[in-house]
Design a protein around this ligand. Structure first.
Ligand SMILES: Cc1cc2nc3c(=O)[nH]c(=O)nc-3n(C[C@H](O)[C@H](O)[C@H](O)COP(=O)(O)OP(=O)(O)OC[C@H]3O[C@@H](n4cnc5c(N)ncnc54)[C@H](O)[C@@H]3O)c2cc1C
Length: 429
């Protein structure tokens, strides 16, 4: 009987520096098993709704499909077919089982409750699950604290990491050199969805494409332009090619390895010199890391009204209509500009995200989770830990020691868009 090791592709859509894939290959080679590379367009996120809004937006979907398409081609060059199915994990593994006996399912360490529920389902089906920290800077063993006892604030988390000598991201691995034989291979749904999305009149116009090649080219250009040396001064800009790094879409979809980005900044420092800006990108990557471990420890509480902090807060004075907030027709120029950019492209700067969240929380008479769900349905770089963690933080139900942040919108707009160029660009549309 054919033995199969399944590599369940989650949010690490790449071959380079992919510890889950490496583990799956090792297991398959050791057991003389075939490798089934399995990517799912799970109905729970591809077609489901929450708060009346789709779980995934067109920008996110296009980016993910482009990344999967590139992965399919890259795997094929190593003789491994990609199996891409529009079904939940239980049904997909049942389909795999028709081809042999599943020895193990190898995948990324779960970040949130849905992936953990999937693991329970796989185990219930009788398949061993092997989880590997793949899109994190650190493995659980490297953390200077217990996983169930993640520091309650970012500053405490960062200090614990930065003062722990063993807490260094592993040097990124290369593409595996030895491959087992592959099995299955079914990707009609990937091709169909990709064609449909590219043809869709509703398609959003996010300028970049998914996949490791595009991500790598974008990042190389950022480094070659020397932009890292002024990152801290420019990262708060609303727009601009070499301001913040714009790496989040490739990081969220796992097209680039966060460990690689970390080590690239260190290599950049050794040739261009270190300064506060070159450090600051790693500082921001630690924010990403913090929210991942925070989401893991918060579990379901991250999605509850009172949040992980268990605080019941009354949000919104009702002075802004929810529909206007979504559409960018509130009459508040900076909010309208930001929402129009988000709706048209799937992208929004960090400053813009903070301001739209703040406006929603202060002025729309809605539950904070409705705002988080809206960004989930729009962002090209949506990732569960960063989106829900940041929303909980700003809403005051998460890890903010100050109990939430509300911004003065016009002061912020004047500070970060002093000549009104960004507002004019989007308000004119
Ligand atoms: C309400 C709200 C929702 C958000 N939703 C998401 C989301 O769904 N996906 C997402 O990737 N980011 C999210 N962020 C975080 C942040 O806005 C984006 O990561 C950042 O704007 C992406 O732009 P960049 O790549 O140019 O960032 P840079 O400033 O260049 O930072 C480099 C990288 O560090 C990480 N990073 C930076 N800031 C944060 C942060 N506050 N939280 C977590 N990671 C961070 C990202 O991976 C980013 O790509 C959200 C922030 C807010 C306030």
């Amino acid at each position: 009987m054919t033995q199969i090791v399944v590599w369940l592709v989650r949010d690490s859509v790449r071959l380079e520096d992919n510890p889950a894939l490496e583990t799956a290959i090792e297991l398959a080679l050791a057991a003389d098993a075939r490798l089934c590379a399995l990517a799912l367009l799970e109905p729970r996120r591809w077609t489901a709704h929450q708060w009346g809004m789709p779980r995934t937006g067109l920008a996110w979907q296009r980016f993910r499909l482009e990344g999967l398409y590139e992965l399919r081609m890259a795997l094929a060059s190593h003789g491994i077919p990609l199996t891409c199915l529009a079904m939940d994990v239980g049904a997909a593994l049942t389909a795999v089982q028709e081809h042999g006996v599943i020895q193990a399912v190898v995948t990324d360490l779960p970040v949130s409750v849905e992936e953990s529920a999937e693991h329970a389902e796989i185990t219930k089906l009788g398949h061993p699950v092997v989880t590997v920290a793949t899109d994190d800077l650190f493995t659980p063993a490297q953390l200077p604290f217990d996983r169930a006892d993640v520091p309650a604030t970012f500053t405490r988390f960062r200090k614990a990491i930065e003062t722990s000598p063993s807490c260094q991201p592993h040097y990124p691995g290369q593409r595996p050199s030895k491959w087992p034989q592959g099995i299955m291979g079914e990707h009609a749904v990937l091709d169909q969805q990709l064609v449909a999305l590219h043809a869709s009149a509703e398609s959003v116009s996010f300028a970049c494409h998914g996949g490791s090649k595009a991500g790598q080219a974008w990042w190389s250009d950022y480094l070659e332009a020397g932009a890292l040396s002024h990152y801290k001064d420019t990262r708060n800009a609303f727009e601009g090619r070499h301001q913040s790094s714009c790496l989040s879409p490739w990081l969220a979809h796992g097209n680039l390895s966060v460990r690689q980005i970390w080590h690239d900044t260190l290599a950049y420092e050794s040739t261009h010199g270190a300064n506060e800006s070159t450090y600051w990108l790693r500082f921001e990557l630690l924010w990403r890391e913090f929210f991942r471990w925070y989401a893991r420890s918060a579990g379901h509480a991250l999605f509850s009204r009172a949040g992980p902090a268990d605080r019941m807060i009354a949000w919104g004075d009702g002075s802004m209509r929810w529909d206007d907030w979504m559409a960018g027709t509130t009459g508040e120029p900076i909010i309208d500009a930001c929402q129009r950019e988000l709706n048209a492209t799937g992208w929004l700067s960090n400053r813009g995200r903070q301001l739209v969240a703040s406006a929603c929380l202060a002025h729309c008479a809605v539950d904070w989770r409705q705002g988080a769900a809206y960004l989930e349905s729009r962002l090209v770089d949506f990732d569960v830990a960063s989106n829900w963690g940041n929303w909980a933080y700003i809403a005051g139900v998460g890890p903010d020691p100050r109990g939430g942040r509300l911004f003065n919108l016009s002061a912020q707009a004047d500070r970060y868009d002093p000549e009104g160029i960004y507002r004019a660009r989007w308000l004119d549309r």
